[in-house]
Design a protein around this ligand. Structure first.
Ligand SMILES: [Zn+2]
Length: 237
């Protein structure tokens, strides 16, 4: 079976309230919210799950380095740190099309792009309640529209997990240590308490769908990699 290594790349950080991750829980607690892209390497493949934040939008809140020892970099610099250039990326899977997950799409001219079809449709005609979309991020990109269960490469499948946005895709990856799943929706470890159901993502267009999706991902029995979890730095190079 083809397996992959997973390397989170830190392309940005924000300093919001925990409640932006966990619906009706954790309000009043400031958190460091890392903006990761995930590099999957296996066989001869170099695959990105999300392309991270556009470096022109990168502003690092004071105290981040002092508290965490972490330094966000442009996606180009992150990849260079792994010995790769943008043209070495053959595949991009966008979990969804919020600005912090597709901000560098335009750099990857040799990559094949995968996204859920309802996500591109929404991005072209977003509702004003969600300000995180910008058609700029999808202009000129020839997306392959995929549905729930699609295999992107041997050992990599996507799971439609809507609610946070219409077309969220979680990504199940076979690794040397067993299956892992990168959530398709914005959350952190606080969304997955040790007991009881997972907590609905704090940002959602459909809270019930988002709740159902996160229970489904929790129930897969895979290692969960929440899109905005700070402790994933343990996996970073
Ligand atoms: Zn996000």
């Amino acid at each position: 079976m083809q397996t992959y290594s997973i390397t989170p790349l830190l392309t940005g950080v924000r300093n919001p309230d925990q409640g932006i991750m966990t619906y009706q829980k954790g309000y009043g607690k400031r958190i460091w919210l890392p903006i990761w892209a995930f590099l999957l390497r296996g066989g001869a493949r170099n695959i990105l799950v999300d392309t991270g934040l556009d470096e022109n939008e990168l502003m690092v809140p004071s105290g981040f380095f002092e508290e965490t020892g972490m330094v966000p970099r442009s996606i180009v610099d992150c990849l260079a740190g792994e010995g790769l250039a943008v043209d070495n990326i053959d595949t991009v899977i966008n979990t969804h099309l919020h600005d912090d997950h597709c901000g560098n799409n335009g750099l990857f001219r040799r990559a094949k792009f995968y996204v859920h079809e309802s996500e591109t449709a929404f991005c072209h005609h977003p509702h004003p309640i969600d300000h995180r979309y910008d058609p700029y991020f999808v202009e000129g990109i020839d997306f392959v529209a995929v549905a729930d269960g699609a295999e992107i490469a041997p050992g990599i499948t996507v799971i439609h997990s809507p609610g946070h946005s219409p077309g969220c895709l979680s990504v199940r990856v076979e690794t040397g240590e067993g299956p892992a799943v990168i959530t398709g929706f914005c959350c952190n470890a606080e969304n997955f308490p040790a007991h009881g159901p997972a907590v609905c993502p704090g940002v959602h267009l459909d809270a019930m769908a988002a709740w159902d999706s996160i229970q489904k991902i929790k129930g897969l029995g895979a290692v969960i990699l929440p899109l905005h979890e700070l402790s994933l730095k343990r996996m970073a190079g």
